[in-house]
Design a protein around this ligand. Sequence first.
Ligand code: SAM
Length: 232
Amino acid sequence: LFLDLPLAQGQSVELSRDHAHYLFGVMRLGVGAQVLVFDGVHGEFLAQVTNAGKRGGTLEVLQNTKPLKMPPDLWLVFAPIKKARTDFIVEKAAEMGAARILPMQTEFTNAGRIQRERLQAHAIEAAEQCGGTFVPEVTEMLRFDRLLAQWDSTRRIMFCDEATADDSPTPFSGGAGPWAIFIGPEGGFSAAERTKLRAMECAHVAQLGPRILRADTAVVAAMTLWQSAIGD
Ligand code: SAM
């Protein structure tokens, strides 16, 4: 269970209504039950229920069971698509070890806005389900031009760009990071955006095979490729 506050042994933590509902209503736990909690800062702790109510409750933090394990410094920068597919992208990116997830508005991005908190909740659930101790931050939507204008060139870009007829396939070979994977929307990156990205010295074009993948599939393929080349 993710608790969004720094934890320490001996601490007493008030539970939110949602957490109380989950622990006592759904999981049917009561006073004395033990649960694993993590804070994204100090790692995972064993905690014990000391008070259980319908709308709240209390946990006592017992001992640290796992230190915080940071994922590799990998960002996923993607153009949001339909709601359910965007949820999928955030969930899979968190499961696969993205350190930060950045929704980006490109020329052909249809989604005008995102529900950041909803997406953050998906990232939390994904971290909880895979036993991680870290939750990637989902940022507010950023405009493509703004993002590139303030880009720190020490962060290399794995620019996922489907091949054009005059391209020879460029397999991704990696190299020392930090990295950011860039995935376009359903309509792809515009010609101007592709030109800008290809002109950046820190950008490496990566092709994900000869077929055009849907953006959500492309995210999983790119993260797998990155993990196998340089991840841990
Ligand atoms: N330009 C496209 C079109 O409308 O025909 C399709 C874009 S694709 C659905 C969405 C994004 O997934 C692309 O912008 C790219 O970042 C990534 N992508 C899909 N297939 C890819 C491939 N074979 N190699 C590299 N990137 C790919």
